[in-house]
Design a protein around this ligand. Sequence first.
Ligand code: NDP
Length: 444
Amino acid sequence: MSYTEEIYARVVEKNPNEPEFHQAVKEVLDSLSAVIDRNEELYRKHGLLERLVEPERIISFKVPWVDDKGCVQVNKGYRIQFNSAIGPYKGGLRFHPSVNQSILKFLGFEQVFKNSLTGLPIGGGKGGSDFDPKGKSDREVMAFCQSFMTELFKYIGADEDVPAGDIGVGGREIGYLYGQYKRITGLYEGVLTGKGLTYGGSLVRTQATGYGLVYIVDEMLKEVGKSFEGKTVVVTGSGNVAIYAAEKAMQLGAKVVALCDSNGYVYDADGIKLDIVKDIKEVKRGRIKEYADAVPGAVYTEGKGIWNIKCDIYLPCATQNELDLDAVKILKENGCFLVAEGANMPTTREATEYLKENGILFMPGKAANAGGVATSALEMSQNSQRLSWTAEEVDAKLHQIMVDIYAKVSDAAKRYDMPGDFVAGANIAGFEKVANAMIAQGIV
Ligand code: NDP
């Protein structure tokens, strides 16, 4: 058994019932095998992989709160502090009924490499709750957030662990969480990112993940002599990442023809009108179905199947494992030549293999969606400096970070004789920095 196979077997044995975590570890270890084989003696001596796959700390707690009917509700809360070799833990909070330890461990593990790729000093973490903000009143969301932070505040801090948003955690939730942190600790510090602009947030943070995704895709296109101009794009989801990926793709000349949510998808042959989507999703917190009611000619289809819509570029921006083998076969048949992940691990393993084997350009989430966390780190820098940069400054930095990530990923793939394999390139480039820092800091 090779070192990576040994470690994977150990992860499966010691972490039963955590399929998402197994999937993420397997994908990373498989693509690192070339690097590990070259340095096996050194890494074994330092127990590097054994330490890399074990979170530094898992915090799990109860979150009691009272709903609008006066009934007590209890949710589970978590924070996974995965790896702090290159900086304070950094990674989002997800509020969604599907949240469990396996999903947060997979997200925390991926975050370690993603954060490393940004070139900024941030370690990896992730957290959240099985609380569902959908359908809750503002008061209920506030009660939940205050209870969640009353426990979480003990473990976080501007130089220790800096959570941000993720699925189900947007500006409203970050505001309530920040208010409670400040109230308990008396500290006005950059302990969360994704804050509102009136209390320490960064311009362009809201747009950053989606914009960053499109910036890196633009680099991929340039390398093959193409551009967004005139391309037909399908973006999945209709949340934060999806909306701003669609916006930037349109600004660069593409036509975005479809979006979805977990109930169904809309197709607009003339190109999606984003002001209407923003009104439905950001203002009214409604369903994507309402787009078809508002726009003549737009068609809503209930259920899954957005991948049946013909496109050149497909950007999955909803959730994990949304894109499977059957779906990518249809994308290929319909002439799609590029897939880049705005969401975390939206493409199943079999689908990823198929894309690679069939010559479809593919950029994994840990590189493609790193613009969000990178801009969070820029928010931390501004908070430390007690300064706010202009939108142009932040956007220019974000753009440069994505250009640099593309160069690192592409270069790592070439160095290990796998040109164009951006999955391997992203894992290798992210891993190298973390591994060197872990070795330098000794057995901790
Ligand atoms: P949001 O909660 O804003 O949006 C998620 C969107 O995906 C919603 O439209 C949701 O629809 C849809 N969705 C969820 N589950 C499914 C499903 N099973 N099928 C179809 N659609 C679904 O989240 P974000 O946009 O912030 O995050 C999206 C992804 O991007 C996640 O994987 C997240 O981890 C990742 N990401 C986010 C970053 C950020 O900065 N926000 C940074 C890096 C990665 P519905 O309303 O029906 O649930």
